[in-house]
Write a protein that binds this ligand. Structure first.
Ligand SMILES: Cc1cc2nc3c(=O)[nH]c(=O)nc-3n(C[C@H](O)[C@H](O)[C@H](O)COP(=O)(O)OP(=O)(O)OC[C@H]3O[C@@H](n4cnc5c(N)ncnc54)[C@H](O)[C@@H]3O)c2cc1C
Length: 429
């Protein structure tokens, strides 16, 4: 049931009138703001962009609860030379990125051991098991009840070899309570007629859900936050102010100063500028993913469908059929290479020759990635009233609400349900 604004603020008298500032209004920031608000804080959310215009706008919209296996799957080292040579592959490493990314990459490769994969998957599963429960009160408070659709996700393969390679990961997911079902040609065609006759090997992930308007999703959450008295300021945070070992507020690029008893850094890759104040040294990289949105695709698709061997995903969104994904390591200020979106479109046309690609919009998002694929959900040791919520990589949309709930627990001084040691900002020291 939705609480009225006043009941809402009275929910926790201890924190009432205390102010909190959340830096970054992407999916993670807005969920932190909503959960702090439920805690009784008067929250200011600061972001220079309009609500919804953040990385998740260009995501595939999947609530990928069993996507807990890190990117650093075994055998990855063997693939690196291929990525460097083949700029049309699903994973690309721009040569200019190489010097900057090498230390990150080294740590990434260290996570390719089986025992490490299992550790990471287990830790991630502790978070993803709670995703729907943590989103429920936030979505319940929004007017639109259709923001998250109960559509499972499909993954299709050219041949059974791809599924065989995935089998150990499917087994690991199953051991952690996530299901998947094998699909044959008929089942794929029944679920997704446009792909009928094209694929004979697939998987269905029944426990995933999907957001088909990723921009609108964050805008609606922001709207709900503001309807309950939250303040959203369109500016950049230039600095965290501090006195006697505690943050006192933030200074904004527009000259304003916002006092705060509690500050949350949830600025995606933009969190890097606050590392000196936080007293952390974290290998946070921005890994590009490209999307092409076809407004009039001439093809109807019902489910988000990952084409594993092509390295991209078809996502039916409200704005059109979105085709994208891919992973590109580029230098931090490199200009987007939308040629990669064209490469994806070319591959998509090979799968669906009837695809109409004339009316297309391109987008790029920079996933905030740590080399072990786990986010940071922690408290700064240098400024104990500052909290960190960034580095969600390929799962920020999925983990937004769970991160928000955990940050509110930390701010309230409660013991968190999940063990947050695997998500410590100090694990890289
Ligand atoms: C191609 C692609 C596909 C993806 N698919 C999925 C998917 O299917 N499912 C899933 O769960 N995730 C997916 N992701 C990942 C997901 O989009 C990200 O993990 C998520 O958006 C990160 O959210 P965030 O709030 O941490 O960061 P961001 O969305 O990057 O938001 C950070 C915000 O902070 C603001 N900011 C930066 N610096 C400052 C400052 N100094 N002051 C104030 N504000 C600041 C920025 O303007 C921005 O709005 C995908 C990503 C990409 C690129």
């Amino acid at each position: 049931m939705n609480a009225a604004p006043n009941e809402f603020l009275l929910a926790n008298r201890r924190a009432l009138h205390e102010t909190a500032v959340v830096i970054g209004g992407g999916i993670v920031g807005v969920c932190c703001a909503l959960y702090l608000q439920r805690e009784g804080y008067a929250v200011t959310l600061v972001d220079p962009e309009a609500p919804g215009n953040s990385t998740a706008k260009w995501s595939c919209g999947q609530i990928a609860v069993s996507e807990i296996i890190p990117l650093s799957k075994p055998g990855i080292l063997m693939k690196v030379p291929g990525w460097l040579m083949d700029q049309k592959g699903p994973l690309a490493l721009r040569p200019s990125a190489l010097p900057g990314i090498l230390p990150w990459f080294f740590r990434f490769l260290m996570c390719a051991r089986h025992s490490k994969i299992v550790d990471i998957a287990q830790a991630m599963a502790t978070l993803t098991h709670d995703v729907y429960g943590d989103y429920a009160p936030l979505l319940d408070a929004c007017e639109d009840k259709t923001l998250m659709g109960e559509r499972p996700i499909i993954e299709v393969f050219d041949n059974p070899v791809g599924i065989a390679h995935e089998q150990p990961h499917l087994d690991l997911r199953a051991s952690l309570g996530f299901t998947s079902q094998r699909l044959n040609a008929k089942e794929i065609g029944d679920l997704e007629p446009a792909l009928g006759g094209r694929f004979a090997h697939g998987l269905l992930f029944p426990d995933w859900r999907a957001v088909s308007d990723t921009e609108g999703f964050i805008a609606a959450l922001t709207q709900s936050f503001m309807a309950r008295g939250g303040r959203r300021v369109r500016s950049e945070v230039a600095r965290i102010d501090e006195e006697n070992g505690r943050a006192t507020g933030v200074a904004l690029a527009n000259g304003e100063r916002a006092a705060a008893a509690c500050v949350v850094v949830a600025a995606g890759t933009g969190s890097r500028r606050f590392f000196p104040a936080l007293g952390v040294s974290v290998p946070l990289a921005g890994i590009a993913g490209y999307q092409a949105v076809l407004r009039h695709p001439g093809v109807e698709m019902r489910h988000s469908t990952i084409y594993a061997d092509g390295g991209f995903c078809f996502s039916p969104m409200t704005r059109g059929l979105q085709i994208g994904g891919t992973i590109e390591f580029a230098a931090p200020n490199a200009r987007p290479n939308f040629g990669r979106a064209d490469i994806i479109l070319e591959k998509a046309r090979r799968v669906l020759p009837q695809l109409q690609t004339a009316d297309v919009e391109y987008g790029v998002g920079y996933r905030p990635f740590l080399p072990d694929t786990k986010p940071i959900i922690d408290r700064s040791r240098r400024l104990p009233n500052v909290f960190m919520a960034f580095g969600h990589g390929q799962l920020g949309l999925t983990l937004g609400a769970t991160t928000g709930r955990l940050i509110a627990d930390l701010a309230a001084g409660r013991t968190t349900k999940q063990d947050l040691a695997p998500f410590s900002a100090y694990r890289f020291s």
